[in-house]
Design a protein around this ligand. Structure first.
Ligand code: ZN
Length: 210
């Protein structure tokens, strides 16, 4: 009898063990980064991972910079309204005050924190054994690496780039093209201010903007 790989129960159970591993990583800290353009589903992916940790009966704490006032001060709210409770903070050092039994720390909109967030998440992962899950924009509207994100990407053991869909051609989008006239870097917005574009359409749009 031939057993195909996909029918082999031992492979299924191995995969299952592998999938469960992240939720079981109580004792050893780690850093995960989810990044991409606006409308790429970063926050949805952050919430998905945090909810899985909650299902695994782990204690979580979630933070975001207090600059983000778009929706609610207490919830990480994604664009499709799935939410998880969250504490807005001014400085990353506030995260070091979490109770000792916290196993997972989620951070949304990490690009708006200063560089000190890098040391803080290292301390959480290295000294306190916390699994840190970070979501943020990898680049700003000029296409430049955003705030502390390059440093966070460098120290993470797991990085997931998520993509929106280019509104002009339907390809995968990795740029947030700003439609408003404001030159301010920190413009938090919805579809009337930004559009997700692929590299080619973004470069074309920049030429049109000039
Ligand atoms: Zn495109």
């Amino acid at each position: 009898m031939i057993i195909f790989a996909s029918d082999n129960p031992s492979i299924h159970s191995r995969n299952k063990v592998k999938e469960m591993f992240l939720e079981n990583a109580n004792k050893s800290g780690c850093i995960e980064v989810i990044c991409g353009s606006m409308f790429s589903g970063k926050t949805e992916e952050l919430i998905r991972r945090l909810k899985r940790a909650q299902f695994a009966k782990q204690k979580i704490a979630t933070f975001k910079p207090s600059i983000d006032k778009r929706y609610s001060d207490l919830d990480v709210v994604s664009h499709d309204s799935h939410s998880i409770s969250c504490t807005p903070i001014k400085s990353p050092s506030r995260m070091l005050q979490i109770p000792d039994d916290i196993q997972v720390v989620g951070i949304d909109e990490a690009q708006f924190f200063d560089e000190s967030i890098i040391e803080v998440v290292q301390e959480l992962a290295n000294k306190r054994g916390v699994r840190v899950i970070i979501a943020g924009l990898d680049t700003d509207y000029l296409g430049k690496p955003f705030g502390p994100m390059p440093g966070l990407l460098a120290i993470a053991e797991d990085v997931q780039k998520v993509h929106a869909i280019c509104v002009r051609c339907g390809a995968l989008a990795n740029h947030s093209h700003r439609l408003s006239a404001s030159k301010k870097l920190v413009v938090l917005g919805e579809k009337d201010i930004y559009e997700p574009l692929c590299r080619q359409c973004y470069n074309k749009a920049l030429q049109e903007d000039e």
